[in-house]
Write a protein that binds this ligand. Structure first.
Ligand SMILES: Nc1ncnc2c1ncn2[C@@H]1O[C@H](COP(=O)(O)OP(=O)(O)OP(=O)(O)O)[C@@H](O)[C@H]1O
Ligand SMILES: [Mg+2]
Length: 595
């Protein structure tokens, strides 16, 4: 992205972020008022301390009443300012949390409405880091940096006004120190920004490497690649450490340099302020002249000078943090701005009492424009029929299922359910008409009972158990110490692949959808269980239009129609007996499995 096109985008991000703040405008308004109030009180402190000093060094003797009064006022100001900034901090944390909550909700809602294809091209890890890390970065910036900016602006202007009131000539000292400090911070920002960028990038690479390797640790051990893996990890680790060091090194030079510049201005103020005080004292400078300065005036001025220098020196730092918050917000908004699944056509209908006749007519489809996967595929299923799809790996079987469920739209041809084009059916209603067991089992963190009940929310415990029985997983569940209440951790890693698949079958059994899709549903179970499940499946298929994908041809012999798919084309079709008689590709597949 060029610099020119970057700018408007940044202000656009700023506007959107402000939009979030304004949504909670009462809180935000309170925060602004609190900031100004607490800073104003803080700024009054030095004035009272100065007046106390003047009361002490009064030529006509110490004025005790005035001293105590000023000290009391000063204390009250500082205490009140501290209390208000405490309130402000609490308020900003609240405000930040509300914004984070809203952003996360918006982001997640968008994620659930995105077409399935989005996840083909975006890494899950990256999306997760946007939900957690990036939103947190935005939050930190909103709840801390924003207050800091408001505070800084107020303090700088306020101190300047106070200093002007005390001694305008002394302000000239800043003509020397402010440019030095601005030059320094600019130099530093230029140097440091790329270093910080590199630090995050290297850390990201390290994380990416670890994330890629950990799930593969079994394979790595099996191939004895631990050493190689360790070596490559060390390379990433060293890079990350060096990048971290470089960034922090320049970061560390900041503190001492800022201190030096501040001290320099204090020293200059003391020198010139001291001189003005002496001249005022011995009468060279008359009272009422702009050069007139009391001891308390010098003391006040020094305190305001400190307040004034701080934010100026920190300015580059805050800018940096805003930069990182902006990039994070940009990553979040990118997802929020993705086009969701196109809405249902305005005249789209809901399916009522589906009979279950499905017809696929001259369908062609590719996941991307460059490669067509399905070529002119046509077939149809009458209500209650079982269609089996077989064929080599990569032939396009799962792709057909994706089109039936309308996870993707076909590029040409059409698919109808009960004679209605599925593009004219509400997606929710179409998907509800199917129950499916997919190639990738999906279980979530929760009890077995909850995982099975996912098929039908209002199923009773008894119905869940019957489904488990039908899927031949009940004996196994009963043997577990916690039975149906056993918690499945992290996608069911505490179960075998076959057991996981049986649970998803039980889940499908519960659903009362009129159509059924089984994608390699029995690929991970042993042959004896498979036969048992076949029987249960027979039950499941009764009265339902079913689409069954299987590699093991034994499981689909009794299908009403078998489609033999190869390279995205239907090569042969017919019943098992027809196809065996044809002596074609199906026959050779069959023979290779059973002879
Ligand atoms: N999300 C995707 N994006 C791009 N190409 C894809 C995607 N999913 C599948 N493909 C490609 O589409 C082709 C068909 O894949 P599909 O998953 O339909 O095969 P399959 O017949 O189900 O194979 P298997 O028996 O191994 O499950 C493959 O060449 C695959 O590379
Ligand atoms: Mg598949």
């Amino acid at each position: 992205m060029s610099k020119a096109s970057k700018r408007p985008f940044r202000s656009h991000i700023l506007l959107r972020l402000s939009g979030y703040l304004l949504r909670y405008w009462p809180l935000f308004l309170c925060a602004v008022c609190l900031t100004f109030l607490s800073n104003q009180l803080d700024l009054l402190g030095p004035r009272y301390s100065g007046e106390a000093i003047d009361a002490i060094s009064n030529p006509s003797g110490v004025q005790f009443d005035a001293v105590w009064q000023n000290i009391a006022k000063m204390l009250v100001c500082y205490l009140a300012s501290a209390a208000l900034s405490y309130l402000l901090a609490v308020l900003m944390i609240r405000l930040g949390q509300k914004i984070v909550y809203t952003m996360r909700r918006e982001l997640f809602e968008k994620l659930t409405s995105l077409p399935v294809g989005y996840f083909d091209t975006h890494a899950t890890g990256d999306i997760v880091s946007r939900i957690s890390y990036d939103i947190d970065t935005v939050n930190a910036s909103l709840s801390q940096d924003l207050v800091q900016v408001m505070t800084s602006v107020y303090t700088v202007l306020g101190s300047l006004i106070f200093m002007w009131q005390i001694s305008p000539p002394l302000i000239l000292v800043f003509v020397v120190t402010v440019p030095v400090s601005i030059l320094f911070t600019r130099f530093r920002a230029k140097k440091v920004r790329p270093l910080f960028h590199k630090r995050s990038q290297k850390l990201g690479e390290l994380n990416g490497y670890a994330e890629e390797m950990l799930p593969g640790c079994r394979t790595i051990q099996a191939y004895h690649r631990e050493e190689e893996m360790g070596r490559r990890f060390n390379e990433h680790n060293t890079d990350a450490m060096n990048a971290y060091y470089n960034a922090e090194y320049y970061g560390a030079t900041l503190g001492p340099s800022v201190n030096f510049i501040t001290n320099l201005s204090i020293a200059l103020i003391m020198t010139f302020g001291g001189a003005l005080y002496l001249y005022s004292q011995n009468g060279t400078v008359a009272k009422g002249s702009i050069f007139f300065l009391t001891l308390g005036g010098v003391a006040q001025f020094v305190q305001y000078a400190r307040k004034f220098s701080g934010p100026i020196n920190e300015f580059a730092n805050i800018l940096n943090e805003f930069q990182s918050a902006f990039s994070a917000a940009e990553r979040v908004f990118r997802i929020i701005d993705e086009t969701p699944e196109p809405p249902d056509a305005p005249d789209a209908v809901s399916l009522q009492s589906v009979k279950g006749s499905v017809s696929v007519e001259h369908v062609s489809f590719g996941y991307n424009d460059s490669k067509e996967i399905l070529h002119d595929v046509s077939f149809s299923a009458s209500p209650g029929e079982t269609i089996a799809i077989v064929g080599p790996t990569g032939a396009g079987k799962t792709t057909i299922i994706n089109l039936l469920m309308r996870f993707y739209d076909c590029s040409s041809g059409r698919i109808t359910v009960d004679q209605t084009d599925i593009r004219n059916i509400k997606r929710g209603s179409l998907r509800q008409a199917y129950t499916m067991v997919l190639q990738d089992t999906w279980l979530f963190h929760g009890t077995i009972l909850e995982n099975i009940r996912y098929g039908r929310e209002n199923a009773t415990d008894e119905e869940v158990k019957q489904a488990a029985h039908a899927a031949r997983i009940d004996t196994f569940i009963d043997q577990l110490p916690d039975g149906y209440q056993t918690i499945l951790s992290d996608g069911g890693v505490n179960l075998s692949k076959g057991q996981r698949q049986l649970i998803t079958i039980a889940r499908a059994m519960l659903s009362d959808a009129p159509m059924l899709i089984l994608d390699e549903a029995t690929s991970n179970v042993d042959s004896r269980t498979e036969v048992q499940i076949q029987e249960a499946m027979g039950e499941l298929r009764k009265g339902r239009t079913s689409f069954i994908i299987a590699h093991r041809l034994s499981t689909i012999q009794n299908a009403d129609c078998i489609l033999v798919l190869k390279d995205g084309r239907i090569l042969e079709r017919g019943t098992h007996d027809d196809l065996m008689r044809q002596n074609g590709f199906y026959r050779s597949l069959y023979d290779s499995q059973f002879l």
